[in-house]
Design a protein around this ligand. Sequence first.
Ligand SMILES: Cc1cc2nc3c(=O)[nH]c(=O)nc-3n(C[C@H](O)[C@H](O)[C@H](O)COP(=O)(O)OP(=O)(O)OC[C@H]3O[C@@H](n4cnc5c(N)ncnc54)[C@H](O)[C@@H]3O)c2cc1C
Length: 457
Amino acid sequence: MSEPDRAVVIGASVAGLLAAHALSGHFAEVVIVERDSLPREPEFRKGVPQSRHLHVLLVRGAEILEQFFPGITESLYAAGAQPIDWTRDVLYLGAAGWGTRFPRSLTLILSHRELLEWSIRQRVLGSPRIRAIEEHDVVDLLPSSDGIRGIRLRARPDGQVQELEARLVVDASGRNSKAPEWLAAHGYPPPRQTVINSFLGYASRQYAPPADLNVDWKALFLLPKAPKTTRSGGLFPIDGGRWMVTLAGAGRDYPPNDDAGFLEFARTLRSPILYEAIRTAEPLTPISAYRRTENQWRHFDRLQRWPQHFVALGDSVCAFNPIYGQGMTAAAESALVLDGWLSRAEPALAFQRRLGKMLAAPWLLATGEDFRFPTTEGGKPGLTTRLAHRYFDRLLEVGTVDETVSQAFLRVLHLLDPPAALFGPGILARAVRGPGRPLLSAPPTATPLGTAVGRPA
Ligand SMILES: Cc1cc2nc3c(=O)[nH]c(=O)nc-3n(C[C@H](O)[C@H](O)[C@H](O)COP(=O)(O)OP(=O)(O)OC[C@H]3O[C@@H](n4cnc5c(N)ncnc54)[C@H](O)[C@@H]3O)c2cc1C
């Protein structure tokens, strides 16, 4: 019997959907198996509990989405997503102080995570080659003489178990993926796993902005000054004219999920401006909390033995501390790596190695910052990280007033340029020279909410 020209993807979240899109250029049929029923509208579903929290799509991620699905940016805007220019529209308090509002930097598309995922899903499932099997749990892989030949799945409604054969199985089932256990049961060695945990907790709530709001900014992003302070907060406009407000605390300084505690946590951020903004705003949702935020990398790329016809990507391989907003962009990059690998017809392990190379930069950025907190577990910052911290501190300071440095930093954080770009001669010279003028002592806004709040802690 000939092999079916079919690929199977486990999980229909962002990584699975984007992988399915890449696979559709190489297989006659792509089947995505998802345990949830997939909402027909942009709505919450249980399999993606993190969607209740702020999801920023980095600029590199938005670029890849537009490349995969031309016109998706415009349709997100048409559905209410908000464009924001990072230095013009955001009052940003970084470790070194308030950032200057330069007139133009990078434009981000802000929406609720549910709208973003739904928009991608509409396009992916609109392909004649891709279909979804909903309300089915993948419960095992099917072994073959040289690797994996398919999956075993169980229907949620009636518990019925069936098998689905495929020429390639892609695991995109997220942080709690069972892939290591399934592979071990079929005789493959488990991967080494690195976990770096800053014990960051999130609490989020949506608000209707006050009707009489008089501000000249669209978003607020307040970060801690590690290791002295641990608390951060973001207020971003999303579709539906709403604000998504996420508070976060590192080192187990978890934000509460009751009304008074949430507001009090906001008041104690390094600037009370976010508190002042939400104090009179109307809460539209309950407060949701989330604490599974550790950086977790399963090093499939370092294994010597790996089955043919099986690969893993997305959070299943590498999940980041979400505060740096990298997960969905790394998933989009992974789909590009998958596409390139399929064009080369290499062994499956070569995919994991290529993926590992791509993940190195976002991993370094996320874990490097987490190591600033002495409470972070999973290793200690080495000499390189400590030197990088000192250099980045200087750049952060200069970048609050120097447009070139600010732009270079943003491009690295948005995964448009590699971290090495910050060590080029132009940036180094600016770091040596220093800011050259006083840093801002108050948020750069003329409207009352800003002028009332004064210096940051
Ligand atoms: C609090 C929080 C905030 C975040 N903020 C951002 C942000 O600002 N920007 C950003 O880019 N990223 C952010 N992320 C990360 C982002 O959510 C993920 O990186 C992104 O969803 C890609 O993950 P994934 O598709 O690999 O896995 P997931 O999103 O976890 O999805 C896994 C999917 O697999 C399904 N599944 C699991 N097991 C099975 C099974 N056995 N059978 C069938 N289906 C299964 C699940 O139902 C789910 O649909 C955040 C994450 C968290 C936790």
